[in-house]
Design a protein around this ligand. Structure first.
Ligand SMILES: [Zn+2]
Length: 273
């Protein structure tokens, strides 16, 4: 972890670097009594805010897929977005008070009002991303649960339907299915986890060479996908909604069930990584 944070430090984004540089300067001035305690606090807030903004840029607006997040990153994201709201909310309160006292005009708080609305939206997005992450986490846990305790398959619609086929799932199969799905439904195959993700690694599952697709097995799309996989003899697990005691989204896992990661294997990726 030490090596990682050093790398992160070296690659500090310009806005954070600038705020840190300013803070160092203000600290020096404060040490000789040249600036007020309030001015120092302002510089500290500015640095914290730049860091939080960078967290949002990386984990919310960046290219990182929700399935690539770790549990701590999902929390970090919501915390950073929350602090960004609080900081501006405090400023806004202060300025509102000045408006009430007639010190400044109402128009002068427009900017900060807009900023507050933007940041509240950012918090909403962060929370919904964290919720998506939680759903994926539950999905992965459910797969493991059913890989461990196979279901009775004699019910008409078992909660979990397992198809083994030839037991082989290759890149070429996925490419074919993705193209065929897009042609059929006019949109990309909604893949929620492609190969090994940080999430599966965290849970200790080997999900390499496996893919999760966020479709309901009994919808038109899910039924189509199951038929394709059967025709290709590609193994899959169809997980239906409402598994007692668990809240998870229905989906189709393509490939053999996940196995437990052996410690030494955590860095070996599958072909679908
Ligand atoms: Zn899966």
């Amino acid at each position: 972890m030490v090596a990682v944070s050093i790398v992160g430090w070296a690659a500090e984004p310009p806005a954070v670097e600038k705020a840190r540089f300013e803070l160092e300067l203000i600290k020096e001035l404060a040490s000789i009594g040249a600036v007020s305690r309030a001015r120092l606090q302002l510089a500290e807030d500015k640095l914290s805010d730049a860091r939080d903004e960078d967290t949002l840029r990386r984990l919310l607006y960046g290219r990182i897929g929700v399935e690539e997040l770790s549990e701590s990153q999902a929390k970090e994201l919501v915390d950073a977005a929350g602090r960004r709201v609080e900081r501006v909310a405090r400023q806004y309160e202060g300025q509102r008070a000045l408006v009430d006292q007639g010190v400044i005009s109402k128009g002068q708080v427009d900017d900060i009002e807009r900023q507050l609305a933007d940041r509240r939206l950012g918090l909403q997005l962060a929370e919904s991303r964290a919720k998506m992450f939680e759903d994926l986490l539950n999905m992965a846990k459910i797969e493991e649960l059913f890989a461990a305790e196979p279901q009775e398959a004699d019910e008409p619609k078992p909660v979990v339907e397992t198809f083994t086929g030839s037991g082989v799932f290759k890149d070429a199969h996925l490419k074919y299915v993705e193209a065929a799905f897009e042609k059929q439904f006019g949109k990309p195959l909604p893949i929620s986890a492609r190969g090994q993700s940080a999430l599966h690694t965290m849970l200790g599952f080997d999900h390499s060479g496996r893919v999760d697709v966020g479709v309901n097995p009994d919808d038109e799309e899910g039924e189509w996908l199951r038929n394709q996989l059967k025709a290709l003899q590609v193994p899959y697990i169809a997980l239906r909604a409402m598994i007692p005691g668990k809240s998870t989204a229905p989906h189709i896992h393509i490939g053999l069930p996940s196995s437990r990661l052996k410690h030494a294997d955590t860095h070996s990726g599958g072909s679908l990584n």
